[in-house]
Design a binder for this molecule. Structure first.
Ligand code: LFR
Length: 485
């Protein structure tokens, strides 16, 4: 098999990417791209999962038209969101989006009944209000008890394509229900939610052969012959697999998209009390790895500014406007939960600046600049924390994902962190997804070879830190902003 297709769906867009190996290099071809986003109905937020399924079908049909007769296929999406199935395998309801506000205050409520220390010792997962544990707690009890199966979003998409039910591990770990020691669902956490182990499918590792695409679908929509391979179905797991090999120097990765995921790959979980206090996560990776990382609010802040501004400017234009605006004029504590899903992001940013006595950003360029400056400063703080927790100094920051295209963000990040930033590839998530398929197909030996191949197949841009005038004052302002929140 020489054709491999990655289905990579993030919170704001999805794509089908064809990956091949030509003369020892990886080549990507985008077959199909579509938008994604949640919609609000009666105060709740939902994904349109049927739309996403049909976009996958559409993309596969285009692949066939482009000459792909047979291929392997892997799927990754964002994490934590789930789909309930009844005994006939039919979806019970619309799929809640993780920014839905039904989980407001739930984390605190659960903490009164279930010690957070115990949950962290078991799972090693950071406390985020939208972890599946809290979403399920907030879900209608009867509906949950009646569910025959609980699948995560990519598991469900595999199921629709093949009829096979799995719970893939990289994504399942974000439920905050898996036990690091037993490497299965934790009985105590399940019973807390009044759930049964049988409501979940067997845990499945990336690389597993999931069989053929359903013959009915292939015939009905004129699709290629597809063998489904279990990818690292959490997009961040795939993105980290797709980080290029880094020789000699110690580095951290920053997967920059809707979220900024900053961390390092470990071969063992680090779920001690310090990691818990700093709220770092140990999400399960492919090939026995763990993603020791922190969620930072990310480009969601800019996506919302853009949306509320009526989409007047593209992301590239917003970056240009930000570059023309005065730097470090107003800063926000960008990881504050107030920015998770405010009623109006622009107003929320302005309010935060006003409350802290800073100039209020007016134009889209000023707003974008405020966000980018604040993100870069947060990367500096979290890198220091990461060094402290792991006991290792970090010389280089490797930025992958869409944010690697944002030259201003990459340069300010280098300047503020005082480290070299290596940016690219932007399609690291699709690459990580494809790497698992290629390893499974015997075309690449292992993930080390895949990462070496990624590093020589795509341009990676270096940003060296430039001295920042008045850095000390800037850092003092940043500190003060956080001591006041
Ligand atoms: C990134 C991501 C993060 C996860 C968040 C919610 O797309 O998957 O890793 O914390 O979305 O699922």
């Amino acid at each position: 098999m020489t054709n491999h297709i990655a289905v990579d769906i993030g919170a704001s867009s999805g794509r089908l990417v064809l990956g091949t190996i030509v003369d020892g290099s990886l080549k990507l071809e985008e077959l199909h791209r579509f938008s994604n986003g949640f919609t609000e109905q009666d105060g709740n937020c939902f994904w349109d999962i049927d739309y996403l399924f049909h976009e996958i079908i559409d993309g596969l049909h285009r692949a066939k038209l482009a000459g792909v007769k047979e291929c392997t296929l892997g799927i990754d999406t964002w994490a934590v969101d789930y789909v309930l199935l009844d005994a006939e395998g039919k979806r019970i309801r619309e799929v809640y989006a993780y920014r839905d506000r039904r989980t407001d205050g739930v984390m605190e409520e659960v903490a009164k009944q279930l010690s957070p220390e115990k949950v962290y010792a078991k799972t090693g997962i950071q406390q985020l209000p939208f972890n599946t544990l809290y979403q399920l707690y907030a879900h209608n009890r009867e509906e949950l008890a009646a569910a025959d199966q609980i699948l995560m979003v990519p598991d469900y998409l595999y199921y629709r394509l093949s009829g096979r039910k799995i719970n893939e591990v990289t994504n399942a770990s974000t439920m905050q229900l898996l036990n690091l020691a037993s490497r299965d669902f934790d009985p105590e956490l399940l019973s807390f939610l009044q759930l049964r182990r049988e409501q979940f499918a067997p845990l499945t590792e990336p690389g597993e052969d999931l069989g053929l695409l359903s013959a009915n679908l292939a015939e009905q929509y004129d699709l290629p012959d597809c063998r489904l391979i279990c990818a690292a179905t959490h997009d961040t797991a795939s993105a980290v697999l797709g980080v290029p090999a880094q020789k000699g120097r110690s580095s951290a990765y920053l997967s920059s998209g809707t979220w900024s995921l900053l961390g390092v790959e470990l071969d063992h979980p680090m779920n001690d009390s310090r990691a818990m206090a700093a709220n770092y996560t140990n999400e399960w990776g492919a090939y026995g790895t763990y993603r020791f990382l922190k969620n930072i609010m990310g480009l969601w802040l800019i996506q919302e500014v853009r949306r509320l501004d009526g989409g007047r400017y593209s992301f590239a234009e917003l970056a240009t406007l930000a570059g023309e605006s005065e730097g470090f004029r107003s800063l926000i504590p960008c990881n504050d939960p107030r920015f998770l899903n405010p009623d109006h992001m622009i107003e929320e940013i302005r309010r935060a600046c006003q409350e802290s006595g800073q100039p209020v950003p007016g134009t889209p360029g000023e707003l974008a600049r405020c966000v980018l400056d604040s993100l870069a400063l947060s990367y500096r703080s979290y890198l220091a924390e990461l060094e402290d927790l792991t006991g290792k100094s970090i010389e280089v920051l490797q930025i992958v994902g869409g944010g690697a295209n944002n030259e201003l963000l990459c340069q300010i990040t280098a300047d503020v962190t005082g480290r070299e930033v290596l940016a690219g590839p932007t399609e690291s998530t699709a690459l990580g997804n494809l790497a698992v398929q290629m390893i499974e197909a015997g075309r690449i030996a292992d993930i080390h070879e895949a990462r070496r191949m990624i590093s020589h197949s795509f341009p990676i841009k270096s940003y060296l830190p430039q001295p920042l005038p008045e850095l000390d004052q800037l850092l003092a302002r940043w500190e003060q902003l956080h001591s006041g929140t």
